[in-house]
Design a binder for this molecule. Structure first.
Ligand code: T4K
Length: 395
């Protein structure tokens, strides 16, 4: 019997059960964190670009291939500040298949109009659909590196240059991902990352904007701090997105452990690929080939399995139910696409978004994290096989 990782209790879950969850936060060594907290207490410097926030920004810049990084309290605020700093209104093209944080500001601020465009079979913004959506009112394109897979930067940047548009990236999933050794976070005018507890690299809550362009970062920096530029001189209607010292400390410690966590995740992904493909179930579309693109070094932040609906088959919902029945909690990232919720309907043309609609019905992100064991993978594969009335060969 192979060992299983200890599960997690979900706050508010009446079952009180311990689940194998889609993600599990990377935690620093507790003693090191406590020692760091004691230093913060002694210094009485808690926030406003303290020494730990500055150190983490420098370390992240080096890691993400950019001259400078700006830490934020969360990824959503980083996206909103990046958008406001990049363009002050107009039509902004976004993929309809993403997390609401990508586009909510565009729907809520009347100066902007979100233009929802379909993704392709690789989950990424489809450049042909983007080209067709560009109008004289378009000001920006927002690519999302969904699941840490790369958006088609060559095609998107060609379109942005041709039409004089700002190219921005929601890189919430793309911490440390490189193509040909180049971090994805060096692409475009700027990129926003998420360091939420569920992400590969986390600062409890947190995020960042990075950019190869010093002027872009300056524009974002002022908006992160009330619109101030020098002292109390104000240049825009900024917000407050600064990260405090305790979160920065947490991040500094986690940065030392993140590579080992990514290596473990890679092993889990490889095990899923091998064992799920051995089931030879046609309804399952495995993500393995997408992560095996030439030159790509993924971070394995998600394992997005597609379960195609076929007559007599369990479909995504049946597979999900089978997993939940044995204490495994996958997630439907991003079934709550823009096309599912009534609040977006004024902004969309459903017939133009076939892949988004399809993924909304098919997607199931399987548990993948640094604490998982071979026994956990066996349990997941066994439950999926069971949903199809098949038997998994357990190695
Ligand atoms: N852009 C994209 C493309 C994004 O995916 C996201 C966020 C953003 C932007 C915005 O970034 P942030 O503002 O969040 O920094 C999660 C995350 O909250 C969210 O960060 C993430 N994407 C989204 C895809 O997923 P939930 O509601 O699924 O999280 P939750 O609480 O259900 O957690 C999932 C599992 O993780 C739990 O079942 C157990 C485990 N977990 C979670 C937490 C919070 C733990 O073990 N410990 C924990 O502390 O949204």
């Amino acid at each position: 019997m192979k060992s299983r990782s200890p599960g997690t209790r979900i706050p508010g879950d009446p079952s009180g059960r311990e689940w194998l969850t889609v993600s599990s936060p990377l935690l620093p060594d507790l003693a090191a964190f406590q020692a760091g907290i004691a230093e913060v207490f002694a210094s009485r410097w808690l926030t406003n670009q303290g020494p730990r926030a500055r150190a983490l920004e420098a370390a992240l810049a080096a890691r993400l291939g950019v001259p400078r990084a700006l830490l934020f309290t969360n990824g959503t605020l980083a996206i909103e500040v990046m958008l406001r700093a990049a363009v002050d209104g107009g039509e902004v093209i976004v993929p309809a298949y993403s997390f609401p944080a990508t586009w909510n500001l565009l729907c809520d601020d009347p100066r902007y109009t979100p233009v929802f465009v379909d993704v392709g079979p690789d989950f990424q913004l489809n450049p042909t659909a983007v080209a067709a959506a560009i109008t004289p009112r378009t000001t920006a394109i927002v690519g999302v590196h969904a699941y840490g897979l790369p958006a088609d930067h060559a095609a998107l940047s060609a379109l942005a240059s041709r039409h004089g548009l700002r190219l921005l990236y929601d890189a919430a999933h793309a911490f440390g991902v490189t193509v040909g050794g180049v971090p994805l976070t060096t692409w475009g005018w700027a990129s926003a990352l998420s360091f939420h507890a569920t992400k590969v690299f986390n600062t409890l809550e947190g995020g960042a904007i990075v950019s190869p362009d010093a002027a872009a970062l300056d524009a974002c920096a002022s908006r992160r701090s009330f619109g101030f530029v020098r002292g109390e001189e104000q240049e825009n209607f900024g917000t407050n997105g600064k990260m405090d010292e305790l979160r920065a400390l947490f991040g500094l410690l986690n940065l030392d452990a993140v590579d080992a966590a990514i290596t473990t995740r890679a092993g889990i992904a490889a095990a899923y690929d091998a064992r799920l493909s051995a089931l030879a179930i046609d309804d399952l579309v495995l993500p393995g080939p997408l992560f095996a693109q030439p030159g790509l070094a993924p971070n394995f932040s998600y394992y997005p399995l597609r379960v195609q609906a076929r007559p007599g088959g369990p479909g995504r919902d049946g597979v999900e139910a089978a997993l939940k029945a044995v204490g495994i909690l996958p997630r439907r990232y991003f079934a709550s696409t823009a096309i599912r919720s009534a609040i977006y309907q004024g902004h969309l043309r459903l017939d133009a978004l076939p892949w988004t609609a399809r993924f909304g019905d098919e997607i199931l992100c399987l548990p993948i994290h640094h604490r998982m064991t071979d026994g956990d993978v066996d349990a997941v594969v066994h439950a999926i096989a069971g949903a199809f009335g098949a038997r998994a060969e357990i190695a």
